[in-house]
Design a protein around this ligand. Structure first.
Ligand code: ZN
Length: 257
């Protein structure tokens, strides 16, 4: 009976769920620490013992999506990787600068999540990563940023001004309120026109949010317009989230076309 009780106790300490690796760091000479985004656990830091040296240790490289089996150590409030069953390793992502940039930006945003919207975020993250390529990466990012902001409660509908509630007119060029961290009508703009959104770009964002992501991905806009919209949205992120995102500070976006 004692033995059975011990086995049960041991099983209690193993947890298994789908997740994706969104960051990985060295930890000492032998180990790695990874961050998982999971619909069940939200964000979870996990130690992979021996991952840097041992051939036998379970490997969980960046962007590996898998069912992860973890051992939980309640005394140390920590988790370690036991093994994993790979769903997709997304290995092609890191072979393209554009895809790597898109994935890095989505990961940084996901890392800021507090855990309440884990299921929707996981699904948005993994579908974006499955679909991203060198042709559509700008559109993937635009749709990701829009929907991410909506999920975490920092979005706007691009229909009416969040500051004064006035409905936008068709020809309005939106400004930005740095105090509230939102795009707004020209009257509420307090950035002297530094961060503006033209009418056709506003219509694209508004219509995107009114429909499913899959349909919004089919909306036709020019490559130039995509790039301008992506630059606009990434600039607004700094004000909306009040953080400097590492992959934006690198200036890499400016060198991509
Ligand atoms: Zn206003």
């Amino acid at each position: 009976m004692v033995e059975r009780a011990n086995i049960l106790k041991c099983m209690d300490r193993n947890e298994s769920a789908p997740a994706i690796v969104i960051s990985t760091d060295r930890r000492g000479d032998y180990d790695r620490q990874i961050t998982l985004l999971s619909p069940v656990w939200g964000l979870r830091r996990v130690t992979c013992y021996g991952a840097r040296k041992s051939q036998k240790a379970a490997k969980a490289s960046l962007y590996t999506e898998a069912t992860f089996n973890l051992y939980s150590n309640p005394e140390r409030h920590s988790y370690s990787l036991v093994d994993l069953t790979v769903i997709s390793d997304h290995s092609s992502i890191l072979q393209s600068l554009e895809c790597a940039f898109a994935a890095a930006l989505m990961s940084e945003l996901a890392m800021l999540e507090k855990g309440e919207e884990a299921e929707s975020l996981y699904s948005l993250f993994t579908i974006s990563l499955d679909e991203v390529d060198e042709e559509n990466w700008r559109r993937i990012l635009i749709q990701f940023i829009l929907r991410y902001l909506d999920l975490v409660g920092l979005g706007t509908d691009y229909v009416s001004c969040p500051v004064c509630s006035k409905l936008y007119a068709d020809g309005d060029i939106l400004g930005f309120s740095s105090t509230l961290g939102v795009p707004c009508c020209p009257n509420c703009d307090n950035m002297a026109g530094e961060l503006i959104l033209p009418p056709n770009a506003r219509a694209y964002l508004r219509d995107s949010l009114r429909t499913e992501r899959e349909r919004a991905m089919q909306f036709r806009i020019s490559g130039n317009m995509e790039m301008r919209l992506l630059r606009y949205l990434t600039r607004t992120l700094t004000y909306i989230l009040s953080v400097d995102l590492k992959c934006l500070k690198s200036g890499l976006l400016n060198s991509l076309q």
